[in-house]
Write a protein that binds this ligand. Structure first.
Ligand code: DGL
Length: 274
């Protein structure tokens, strides 16, 4: 029997895992954060692919048959290559899914004006993955993007409440909204950003809604499992949640509750094959 793997470069994927576990508490989950090598946002395609593949292989070896890349940067830069190039070798019945497509499918529903803004890492924005995917599902949607390269380091270092951080965040939000005054919905296209929602709300007009991905990805996964009984029936259903980090387990435990909403126990692992 198998577990569902949830992968992120660090803590951010815990915001997605929280929604998934709330929606489907019955399954067994293994979370892996590559904190030792986070952030991924400014890294090259090759490096994000190499790191993500190592983590996916580790999760498969740990007993996962289905892995969710709960990281936009990894979904943008590594998902397709892993699906097309590596999965046939790693196991034809195994699956790796990302967060960009399920978000792009429904994000249009959150905007009345059909003008939305996207905030993400440099990697996600430069990949243009959201522009491409949203065009597929909602061709009439106007989409503006802005990269916020300092936000993940601020969140990972728990320094986002400082005055300097707030200035940076405010400036990034303004730079997005200045691109199109009709924007009425901002998608947080990085799993670290939901932590910043209370701060962001101070910097956007009341008419602009802020969209986090957790619930969208959880809905999409529930739908996927319903449509794929051959996968669903292979899943263990003891409600177990295991947490691994490539970084320091104590640090991970100390930060995780902020993202996950409850205390957790973590273990350090090494994903690099010797
Ligand atoms: N949380 C990840 C994302 O959604 C990546 C952040 C990073 O490591 O830069 O993009």
């Amino acid at each position: 029997m198998a577990s569902i793997g949830i992968f992120d470069s660090g803590y951010g994927g815990l915001t997605v895992f929280k929604s998934i576990a709330a929606r489907m508490p019955e399954y067994n989950y293994i979370y892996l954060g590559d904190n030792a090598r986070a952030p991924y946002g400014n890294r090259s395609f090759e490096t994000v692919y190499e790191y993500t593949l190592e983590c996916v292989e580790w999760l498969f070896a740990a007993g996962c048959e289905l892995v969710i890349l709960a990281c936009n940067t990894a979904s943008a830069k590594a998902l397709r290559t892993i699906q097309q190039h590596d999965l046939p070798r790693l196991g034809a019945e195994k699956r790796v899914l990302g967060v960009i497509r399920p978000t792009a499918e429904v994000v249009g529903q959150y905007s009345r004006s059909k003008h939305i803004g996207i905030l993400g890492t440099m990697g996600t924005v430069q990949s243009e993955s959201y522009l491409i995917e949203i065009k597929n599902f909602a061709p009439d949607m106007e989409v503006q993007q802005h990269a916020c390269p300092l936000w993940v380091p601020l969140v990972e270092a728990n320094a986002y409440q400082t005055e300097a951080a707030q200035l940076i965040i405010r400036s990034d939000v303004s730079q997005l909204l200045e691109q199109d005054e009709q924007i009425d919905a901002i998608l947080l296209a990085c799993t670290h950003y939901p932590i910043l929602t209370p701060i962001l709300q101070q910097f956007v007009p009341d008419s602009v809604s802020i969209i986090s991905q957790g619930e969208l990805v959880a809905d999409s996964l529930a739908d996927y499992l319903q449509r794929h009984p051959e996968m669903e029936t292979r899943m263990d259903k003891n409600g177990a949640e295991l947490f691994f980090t490539t970084g320091d387990a104590g640090d991970f435990e100390a930060h995780a509750s902020l993202f996950f909403g409850k205390e957790i126990k973590a273990r350090t692992c090494n994903v690099v094959k010797k």
